[in-house]
Ligand binder design. Structure first.
Ligand SMILES: NC(=O)c1ccc[n+]([C@@H]2O[C@H](COP(=O)([O-])OP(=O)(O)OC[C@H]3O[C@@H](n4cnc5c(N)ncnc54)[C@H](O)[C@@H]3O)[C@@H](O)[C@H]2O)c1
Length: 333
């Protein structure tokens, strides 16, 4: 039985507590938040659970095996490091840390102490992303041409990071999971309008083999959009995460150029075949992810979303930040 201590019960923390609470092989031992108001909510939802404003008491408790760090990014390193130093496994929110140096230090510490790090890359546990990975891995889409994602809505403004560090980790972790190649270079542009942090941003990633990715992340959109296009040589896919059914549609559409001798002799064939929507696994991604966390600890397995996966995402975020500061300079990874 893995006994969990959860630090951070703001917007996302309640989802983590609820799902750990219903995961076999683990139980919530204590919840910590520095705000009394948050603890009141926690007590109301989980009447028997211990609550405290002091995170040290969770990290030092001998009857706690693992700590969930569900606090803002700027606090992840301090809390995760203290937890590892006290012999606790850690489940840390995305993005893993605020810098690559911090991520590397935590990875080294966990290795030395033989402890598990899992970074909450929730999307890779969704039925939709699992299906996309299957369609890429089994060759249905063919060679990938591009990944183009729009992840926009009104707010929620974060107080310690810009929109890239808030929303882009989702797409960066999805691409890290489904595309075999790693990006070589990144270009990011964006603008601040309200609180000094960029609230609108556009990111381009260059991969080997001519794969290109584009992410549009925005806290100032009047409507919520979660749409991703993945173009492949054989098939093209549209993933609309806001659709209740038929989240993924696969189009048998494509272009073939049969004659390359001179511009005017190009023979461009457009293929426009069927569209179908594959079955997607139902169930909550977080539930699947947390069961996997417990499984990795009890069976001593390295999670696919381990500290290294978290570090790869932070590397891309750091490079995007460097590019952003130079108004879209090409930054090599
Ligand atoms: N995986 C996802 O899909 C997803 C979704 C939303 C947020 N997140 C991540 O979850 C984390 C938290 O985001 P949020 O939106 O819940 O933020 P939030 O501000 O709503 O909540 C954070 C909570 O942590 C508490 N806290 C901060 N420092 C603390 C400390 N030292 N000790 C005790 N409590 C402390 C705050 O009081 C607050 O209640 C972020 O890293 C964010 O990126 C992930």
């Amino acid at each position: 039985m893995i006994r969990m201590g959860i630090i951070g019960y703001g917007y996302w923390g309640p989802n983590i507590v609820r799902n750990f609470g219903t995961t076999d092989g683990c139980r919530i031992a204590a919840i910590c938040d520095q705000r009394e108001e948050a603890l009141k909510r926690a007590k109301k939802a989980f009447s028997g659970v211990n609550v405290t404003t002091d995170w040290h008491s969770l990290i030092e408790a001998p009857d706690i095996d693992a700590i969930g760090v569900i606090t803002p990014v700027s606090t992840h390193f301090e809390l995760a490091k203290a937890a590892l130093e006290n012999g606790k496994h850690i489940f840390v929110e995305k993005p893993f840390t605020a810098t690559c140096a911090q991520a590397e230090e935590l990875i080294e510490l966990a290795e030395r102490k033989k402890l598990t790090i899992m970074v909450d890359h929730t999307f890779i546990f969704t039925g939709a992303v699992r299906k996309i990975k299957e369609l890429i891995d089994n060759g249905t889409l063919g060679d990938i041409y591009y990944y183009d994602s729009m992840r926009v809505n009104l707010g929620l403004f974060q107080h310690d990071v810009n929109v890239i560090w808030d929303l882009a980790p989702h797409d960066l972790s999805i691409m890290d999971h489904v595309i075999k190649e790693s990006p070589e270079a990144i270009v990011a542009t964006g603008q601040t309008h309200l609180n000094g942090f960029e609230d609108v941003a556009f990111i381009t990633l260059y991969f080997p083999d001519k794969i290109i990715a584009h992410l549009n992340v925005n806290w100032l959109s009047p409507v919520k959009v979660r749409t991703t296009l993945i173009g492949g040589e054989k098939k093209m896919l549209v993933w609309n995460d806001l659709e209740a059914d038929e989240k993924i549609k696969i189009y048998d559409k494509g272009v073939q150029i049969t004659n390359r001798q001179g511009l005017y002799n190009l023979l461009v064939n457009y293929r426009s075949g069927d569209m179908w929507a594959p079955q997607i696994e139902q169930g909550e991604a977080l539930q699947r992810e947390l069961a996997y966390f417990v499984d990795c600890i009890t069976k001593d397995k390295t999670p696919m979303n381990d500290g290294e996966a978290g570090l790869r995402v932070v590397k891309m975020l750091e490079a995007a930040t460097e590019s952003l500061r130079q108004r879209g300079a090409l930054v090599y990874l």
